[in-house]
Design a protein around this ligand. Structure first.
Ligand code: HEC
Ligand code: HEC
Length: 235
């Protein structure tokens, strides 16, 4: 009856669970940015009761607690990451997830938020988290600009002979499913892919300074955007 308006509750919730850089200021309410934030928070908080979906691997209570109280807030309880700023983890390869979490924890991959999230994780927690998220169903494909995706399709399967870009498919697979240590790209949020390619190029993503750096440094702005859009549409 006398409950405060939804926006006030959500803003308060967001203020408590999200780090500063993901906050939107009061003046912006109610905007698209706020609604997106609300969705992110809701995706993390509301469906926690359904974490135990069919086929979920046996997760220790400590790992379940870490997922519910942390990871789910941004990546979603099923790793589906409803918000484009957070990478999808569902169906990602477990060994790749393990490597990334250890790289964040041990400072080999820089990232303010994830370094903080991973700093107190033990190897057994990391193994449990990787087993859980990798077992979750991949999110649906995302449609984007068809013409851009066409350019991206060429780069993905054929590379660019003129500038020396190797075909993404030669390592990440023709459908972008990846392999044990090579990440699945299919269906990942295009905005995340684009940021990673730029970070590899600028050597800001520090845990793979050779292979992906040399590829990203040869991609033009158009190719980077196009291949990201194409990847988002793979399933
Ligand atoms: C506050 C939001 C937030 C929370 C909470 C969070 N993450 Fe992340 N996570 C991110 C962001 C943002 C990135 C992208 C980092 C980058 O671009 O450097 C990321 C990246 C990752 C990646 C790398 C994905 C890839 O494709 O390389 C993994 C794995 C990951 N997170 C796992 C987790 C796990 C497990 C937890 C819980 C312990 C967690 N995250 C909690 C925001 C979050
Ligand atoms: C020679 C093999 C190889 C080729 C070719 C290649 N990649 Fe990669 N890629 C890798 C490896 C290895 C990693 C994992 C790096 C790490 O461990 O952090 C990776 C990681 C990535 C990531 C980070 C994924 C994530 O979840 O954070 C993106 C994005 C990516 N590649 C996109 C591409 C695109 C786009 C192309 C084509 C233009 C491409 N790659 C071609 C080997 C390759």
């Amino acid at each position: 009856m006398n409950s405060p308006p939804v926006s006030a509750v959500s803003a308060d919730l967001a203020a408590r669970v999200l780090p500063d850089k993901y906050q939107v200021t009061q003046g912006e309410y109610p905007t698209k940015a706020f609604l997106k934030l609300l969705l992110t928070v809701a995706a993390g908080i509301l469906p926690l009761q359904v974490v135990a979906a069919p086929l979920a691997p046996a997760v220790s209570s400590r790992v379940a607690e870490i997922i519910a109280s942390r990871c789910a807030l941004c990546h979603g309880p099923e790793g589906e990451s409803a918000s484009a700023i957070y990478p999808r983890l569902a169906a990602q390869h477990p060994d790749y997830i393990v490597k990334q979490l250890k790289d964040f924890r041990d400072g080999r991959r820089k990232g303010e938020t994830m370094t903080d999230m991973a700093k107190d994780l033990q190897d057994t927690d990391i193994a449990g988290l990787a087993a859980f998220f990798s077992s979750r169903k991949a999110g649906g494909r995302q449609s984007g600009d068809v013409d851009l995706a066409g350019v991206g399709k060429y780069i993905f399967h054929r590379g660019n002979n003129f500038s020396g870009v190797a075909a993404c498919a030669s390592c990440h697979g023709p459908k972008g499913f990846g392999t044990e240590l090579l990440p699945r790209l299919a269906g990942q949020h295009p905005a995340y892919i684009e940021i990673q390619l730029k970070e590899f190029n600028k050597r800001e993503r520090t845990n793979d300074n050779s292979i992906m750096h040399s590829i990203a440094s040869k991609l033009t702005e158009l190719e980077t955007k196009a291949v990201s859009v194409y990847i988002g549409g793979l399933q």
